[in-house]
Design a protein around this ligand. Structure first.
Ligand code: A3P
Length: 330
């Protein structure tokens, strides 16, 4: 059992005691479930959040002011956020850091270079960084479902890049990740229990499918505002998708850059092999306490086959079929 004396030893991501009054006041009215990592998950606007996360969501909704020039990277957890952050940071800043041998990605984890709105900037109600002083385009990230985005994001012309991943690999990645985070204080979650919760939608920022569908629909209706990417396609056709991403976020590659191999250079810099072997990503920690190596496991498509029984795979496929039916999304 946690005693007040032992609390300060826990990493921030496991703590539930330091949340805003607004969040504490709201909690009793929300449905709650046992969490995968921290003790609780709470359902807010149809999606499940940890207690700390919820505090950040509320503050972000209240205070974040989007600009038309902003770029917001959006993902379900474990869909390739780290990769998307690295690539987008490298694209937006390539004039600033032409020497790839001295690039900030070699000494900083991508989550430090592209922080999450609700998990980093707006975690503490009283201490917000001055985001107005950041140079344009400002590059942010979020796991927020569309319904919970701050109104200023919905009403601005800022660009949203959404990366989704197939639910079987996303689930397996999430199961490994949450067990790694739990290992500080608790035993591994049995895969059957986590699987059941994931299928019911009770997972970090879940239901997974509702999260994806919201952005899929937005991307169909507002193609100039929302770019919808798939992890598997990024793996299959990285060059064409990185060029599409660069075009979308307003920093297209010139013919000269392409001829010099600049697209391939960004991909090499941001590859799983390169990033996962850097010291900062092997032994570092994020300000919220997660070890940076927790964000790099295998980085492959189809690893679910090594973890799910055929019954589990069928069950997940059938939930996906039901949820995506008629949406045009495969
Ligand atoms: P696996 O657990 O399947 O290996 P997120 O960044 O959203 O937290 O997702 C983490 C997943 O992306 C992990 O998947 C991780 O290994 C993979 N990943 C991290 N960096 C990557 C990269 N540069 N290229 C491809 N996959 C990467």
């Amino acid at each position: 059992m946690q005693t007040p004396q032992s609390l300060p030893l826990l990493p921030k991501y496991l703590r539930e005691d330091e949340v805003t009054k607004e969040c504490r006041d709201l909690l009793p009215s929300l449905p709650s479930e046992k969490g995968w990592v921290a003790a609780h998950l709470h359902q807010y606007q149809g999606f499940w959040h940890t207690t700390r996360q919820l505090a950040g969501v509320l503050s972000c909704q209240k205070h974040f002011q989007a600009k038309d020039t902003d770029i917001l990277l959006v993902t379900n957890p474990k869909s390739g956020t780290t990769w998307l952050k690295a690539i987008s940071f490298a694209l937006v800043n390539r004039a600033r850091y032409p020497d790839l041998g001295q690039h900030p990605l070699l000494t900083n984890n991508p989550h430090v270079l592209v922080p999450f709105l609700e998990l980093d900037f707006y975690m503490n109600e009283n201490v917000f960084p001055d985001l107005n002083s950041l140079a344009s385009p400002r590059l942010f990230s979020t796991h927020l479902p569309y319904v919970s985005l701050p109104e200023s994001v919905k009403n601005s012309n800022c660009k949203l890049v959404y990366l989704c991943r197939n639910p079987k690999d996303t689930f397996v990645s999430l199961w490994h990740f949450t067990n790694k985070l739990r290992s500080v204080s608790k035993a591994t979650n049995p895969i059957e229990e986590s699987f059941d919760k994931f299928c019911k939608g009770v997972s970090l920022y879940g239901p997974f499918w509702d999260h994806v569908l919201e952005y899929w629909k937005e991307s169909l209706e507002k193609q100039e505002r929302v770019l919808f990417l798939k992890f598997e396609e990024m793996k299959e056709q990285p060059i064409s998708l990185v060029k599409r991403l660069a075009d979308f976020i307003g920093c297209p590659f010139s013919a000269e850059e392409e001829a010099k191999g600049a697209v391939e250079a960004v991909l090499r810099l941001c590859s799983f092999e390169n990033l996962s072997n850097l010291e900062v990503n092997k032994i570092g920690k994020l300000p919220s306490g997660e070890e940076t190596n927790a964000f790099f496991r295998r980085g492959e498509v189809g690893d679910w086959i090594n973890h799910l029984t055929s019954e589990m795979a069928q069950q997940l496929d059938s939930v996906t079929q039901q949820k995506f039916n008629g949406s045009g999304l495969k």
